[in-house]
Design a protein around this ligand. Structure first.
Ligand code: SF4
Ligand code: SF4
Ligand code: FES
Length: 526
C-alpha cells in the first residue's frame, strides 16, 4: 500500500499548487505570488480570523471564507480575484477605515503601515462617511517602552496574542463593544515584559509605537542591513535600520531555528551603545597618535621583551570569530599564553523563550577556535594571579570586556605594554599604553557563533567611527609591526582560513556581502 501523502494539491486563481497538509489558503496563495490582504493573521501567532480582510471564494462553499483560517484540501478550487471576494475585501477595508483617524502625516507607522498600503492598493477612494468619527484616547502610556493610540487601533488582537503566546504574559485585552471597542491593558497590568516591543512590530497600524523610536525617523528614510543581535548567546537574527551612519532601531528578522519572528527588548536597545564612548583613533600613552606611531611603539615595546612567555593575549567572547581567530593565530606565532575576556553571566535574565544568561554573543565561537588550534585558554583568575606575580610583562587585549579585581586592574598600569584593540574607551582600554580602534559589530562583515553552535553572518551597515578598522585587521597590523606576517585583506579571507582550521566549520561558505536596502514602501514589518 502506498504511504498517504503529506501534501495537498489545490487550485488558486486557475493555478495548481501543492503545499503541505494543514497549510492555510493564504499561505498557499503566497507561495504562488498571490498576496491576499490581511490584518489579523500573523504566521508566528495563532489564528483569530477577526478582521475578515482576507475573504476569498471557495468553490462549492456558499459563503466567503477567511483564507487565514481556511486550511487547504485536495482538489479545492479558490478564487481571490472574483467579483464577490474582491468586493468583500474592498468593503471590509472601507469598514475598517470608517473611524480611523487621518494621522498618516504624523504617524510613525506611515510608510510601513498595512492599512495605508491596502488603502492605496485596493481602495484609494474618498471617504463616504459624513458623520463625525468616533474618537478614542491618544498617547496612552501603557508601559515603559510603548505608547498606545487607541483610535488608530483596528482591533486585530495581534498584540494581545503576541503577549500571550510569545511572552506568556496576558497584559493586553479588549474592552467595550462595537465602535467603542478599545485595546487596553489587562486589569492590574501594564505592557511590561522582556518581549513587549514585538507588539510594535506586529501591529499592522501605528497604534502601538516604541518610545525609543517614535518621532526620530520616518520608515522611508531608513536603510536596512541584515545582522545578528550581539546582546547574548542566542544570536537573534535582526535588521539594523540605519541612516546617516548611525543605527536608529533594531528589529527581528525571521530565522525559524533561532528566534522565529521575535527578539527581546534588551537586545533592541543595544544599538545605543554603538554610538557612545567610542574609541575613534589610536592612542599612545594616553594621547592621540597615528596608526603608524602606535604600531611602531607596539612593535618596539613587545620586541624589547625577550622572554616570550611574558607576553599574554586575551581573546574576546564579545568579538567576532574572525577577530578571535586572527589573535589566536598571532598568539601561537608569539608563543604567548592565552586568556578569554567576557562579560559576567546574568542568570536572572535567562528564560526558556530567547534570553540567555550568557550576555556574550560569541562564547561558543571562541571555544571552537581555541579547541581547533589546540589552545587551552586560561581563566581570568589565573590572569589576575599571573599579573600579581609579574609573570606577565605585556598584555594584548581584544575588546573591552575584561572584568578584573581592583588589584589586578592596578597591575595593568605597571606592564611594559598594555595593548588594547577595542571598540569603546572602557575597561582596559582606559588604561592602555597603546589603544587601537576597532569597528563594532554593526560596522563590519563577520560571523559569530551562537549557543546552538550556529555560525551566523553579520554585515556592515555603516562605517566605524574615525580610524576604526575590523578587529582582524588591527591584529594583522599589529602582527606585521612585530615581524609576523598575517596578510588578510578582507574578512572573507580570514573566514576561509578559519573554516579550514575548525573541523566543525569545514563545510561553511562565506555568504555574499549584502548592500543595505531601502525600507521605502516595503510594507508592514508585521
Ligand atoms: S494595537 Fe495594533 S496589534 Fe493591537 S489590536 Fe490594535 S491594531 Fe492590532
Ligand atoms: S535574546 Fe539575546 S540575542 Fe536575542 S534579542 Fe535578546 S539579547 Fe539579542
Ligand atoms: S487576516 Fe484573515 S480574518 Fe484577519
Amino acid at each position: 500500500m502506498s504511504e498517504p501523502s503529506n501534501n495537498v494539491t489545490l487550485t488558486i486563481d486557475g493555478k495548481a499548487v501543492t503545499v503541505a497538509k494543514g497549510t492555510n489558503v493564504l499561505e498557499a496563495a503566497k507561495s504562488l505570488g498571490i498576496d491576499i490582504s490581511a490584518f489579523c493573521y500573523h504566521p508566528g501567532l495563532s489564528i483569530a480570523a477577526c478582521c475578515r480582510q482576507c475573504l476569498v471564494s471557495v468553490e462549492k462553499n456558499p459563503k466567503l471564507q477567511p483564507s487565514c483560517q481556511q486550511t487547504v484540501a485536495e482538489g479545492m478550487v479558490v478564487h481571490t480575484t472574483d467579483k464577490q471576494s474582491t468586493l468583500a475585501r474592498k468593503q471590509q477595508l472601507e469598514f475598517t477605515l470608517v473611524n480611523h483617524p487621518i494621522d498618516c502625516p504624523i504617524c510613525d507607522k506611515a510608510g510601513e503601515c498595512t492599512l495605508q498600503k491596502l488603502y492605496f492598493d485596493h481602495d484609494n477612494a474618498n471617504s463616504r462617511v459624513d458623520t463625525p468619527k468616533v474618537h478614542k484616547d491618544k498617547v496612552v502610556d501603557i508601559g515603559p517602552h510603548i505608547v498606545l493610540d487607541q483610535e488608530r487601533c483596528i482591533l486585530c488582537t495581534r498584540c494581545i496574542r503576541t503577549c500571550d503566546e510569545v511572552a506568556h504574559s496576558h497584559q493586553l485585552d479588549m474592552a467595550n463593544r462595537g465602535d467603542h471597542e478599545v485595546l487596553t491593558t489587562a486589569p492590574g497590568e501594564q505592557l511590561d515584559n522582556p518581549y513587549s516591543l514585538n507588539t510594535v512590530d506586529v501591529c499592522p497600524v501605528g497604534a502601538l509605537t516604541a518610545k525609543d523610536f517614535r518621532f526620530t525617523m520616518r520608515a522611508w528614510e531608513l536603510d536596512a542591513t541584515p545582522s545578528i543581535c550581539n546582546g547574548c548567546a542566542t544570536g537573534c537574527n535582526i535588521e539594523i535600520h540605519h541612516r546617516n551612519e548611525r543605527a536608529w532601531r533594531l528589529v527581528p528578522r525571521l530565522n525559524a531555528e533561532v528566534n522565529k519572528y521575535w527578539m527581546c527588548d534588551e537586545g533592541r536597545f543595544t544599538y545605543h551603545e554603538l554610538h557612545e564612548q567610542r574609541l575613534a583613533g589610536p592612542t599612545l600613552d594616553g594621547l592621540p597618535a597615528t596608526w603608524e606611531r602606535a604600531l611602531k611603539a607596539a612593535g618596539d615595546r613587545l620586541g624589547a621583551i625577550k622572554d616570550t612567555g611574558a607576553i599574554a593575549v586575551v581573546l574576546s567572547a564579545t568579538a567576532s570569530n574572525e577577530d578571535n581567530f586572527a589573535l589566536a593565530k598571532l598568539a601561537l606565532a608569539w608563543k604567548a599564553s592565552v586568556y578569554v575576556g567576557a562579560k559576567p553571566p546574568v542568570p536572572s535574565r535567562a528564560d526558556d523563550i530567547l534570553r540567555d544568561a550568557d550576555v556574550n554573543p560569541n562564547s561558543a565561537g571562541v571555544a571552537a577556535i581555541a579547541a581547533a588550534l589546540s589552545i587551552t585558554p586560561k581563566t581570568t583568575t589565573e590572569l589576575e594571579t599571573n599579573l600579581g606575580t609579574g609573570a606577565i610583562r605585556a598584555l594584548v587585549v581584544l575588546g573591552h570586556d575584561l572584568p578584573l579585581a581592583e588589584t589586578a586592574r592596578g597591575r595593568l598600569k605597571e606592564l611594559d605594554a598594555l595593548i588594547v584593540i577595542a571598540t569603546h574607551e572602557r575597561g582596559p582600554a582606559e588604561l592602555a599604553s597603546i589603544a587601537l580602534p576597532m569597528a563594532a559589530w554593526a560596522e563590519r562583515a563577520g560571523t559569530i557563533t551562537n549557543r546552538q553552535g550556529k555560525v551566523q553572518r553579520m554585515h556592515g551597515a555603516f562605517p566605524g567611527p574615525g580610524q576604526a578598522v575590523p578587529g582582524w585587521e588591527a591584529v594583522a597590523r599589529l602582527a606585521n609591526a612585530t615581524g609576523q606576517k598575517l596578510s588578510w585583506t578582507a574578512a572573507r579571507e580570514v573566514f576561509k582560513d578559519m573554516t579550514a582550521a575548525v573541523p566543525a566549520w569545514k563545510e561553511l561558505a562565506w555568504t555574499r556581502d549584502v548592500r543595505p536596502f531601502a525600507l521605502r514602501f516595503a510594507g508592514s514589518r508585521g
